[in-house]
Design a protein around this ligand. Structure first.
Ligand code: ARG
Length: 302
């Protein structure tokens, strides 16, 4: 398939797309300087200065322990931590600064984000250094105005196909450049609801055939493209996705094991995950939800 961007409709079926190996390594960023200093998304409203350091550390550690346990059991190959930097209050959300990808010839590249907010632009070089040390080739946009990495770009499980959210943190034109850089087709999905400002807040692929999502986050054309590419769609109520950030679950299959980690309290989302054969781990991420993020945002998988 050509590295085309699909914006209105798709002209292929998922069987036409090449297979790929999914990643098995996790990166986190320590919450040393995590804070809420401004309102970058609607979830942050009313929360400036309203974080509890002890709870922040305990909640972050509880996620780290889940990943460490998965590594000890041979499900993950590696768990790394980048130290949070002073003046980078959102750096703990390490899904956003980059998009790592394995090219068809096996070489590893990493696309550097162009963060919408000035304070978040300072986070990016820390991640570029991490990936360069791992042997990834850094790639930079020439023209794109905004691009927020794996916050907005989510791969189709087991396939060389990407879904790219746009409208809040990533500009639609970025996907033309991204598809060319990664030599991979992109299904571009307009995000129409400010509560779901990154694709990773409303869209969770579960297998090559299934996905769960919040339909209120998407345009009719976007929903239609998703429905064409996944035969099973689980519709999660908007209120549940909003109250529990349940569609910011980290659901992945590594070394044959399906694990889903998410904020505790959701019902429809947990039911869909169990239906799809996931081991479900519910944790508390409420300090981070005040900043608009939960589990998926707090890690990078590569
Ligand atoms: N406060 C951060 C921001 O607004 C939260 C980022 C959450 N990340 C995510 N992938 N949804 O940028």
């Amino acid at each position: 398939m050509q590295p085309t961007v699909y914006k209105e409709a798709v002209s292929f079926s998922i069987n036409d797309v090449k297979d790929k190996q999914d990643p098995t390594r996790v990166l986190m960023c320590s919450p040393d300087y995590f804070d809420i200093v401004d309102v970058k998304n609607v979830h942050m409203e009313g929360h400036i200065g309203n974080t509890d350091k002890a709870l922040v550390n305990a909640q972050w550690q509880s996620l780290k322990q889940v990943y460490d346990g998965l590594q000890a059991n041979g499900v993950l190959d590696e768990v790394s931590v980048i130290a949070g930097a002073q003046g980078c209050e959102d750096m703990v959300f390490c899904a956003n600064q980059t998009f790592p990808w394995q090219m068809e010839d096996g070489s590893e590249v990493v696309v550097m984000s162009k963060m919408r907010h000035e304070s978040r632009q300072r986070e990016v070089p820390h991640f570029e250094a991490f990936f360069a040390a791992k042997g990834f080739k850094p790639l930079h946009f020439k023209d794109a105005k905004m691009f927020e990495g794996m916050g907005d770009v989510i791969p189709h499980p087991e396939k060389r196909l990407l879904y790219g959210g746009y409208g809040h943190r990533t500009s639609a034109e970025a996907y033309t450049e991204l598809a060319a850089m990664l030599q991979t087709p992109v299904v571009a999905l307009e995000l129409v609801n400010p509560k779901f400002y990154h694709l990773d807040t409303c869209f969770v692929p579960l297998s090559v055939n299934s996905v769960m999502l919040c339909k209120e986050a998407f345009s009719p054309q976007g929903l239609q493209m998703i429905q064409q590419l996944f035969s099973q769609v689980y519709y999660i109520p908007e209120q549940e996705a909003e109250d529990y950030f349940s569609l910011n679950a980290h659901a992945f299959k590594a070394h044959g094991v399906k694990t889903a980690i998410l904020q505790y309290g959701s019902t429809h989302t947990v039911a869909a995950l169990k239906q799809e054969g996931y081991n479900v781990v519910e944790i508390d991420t409420r300090e981070f939800m005040k900043s608009g993020g939960s589990v998926f945002c707090m890690k990078m998988m590569y």
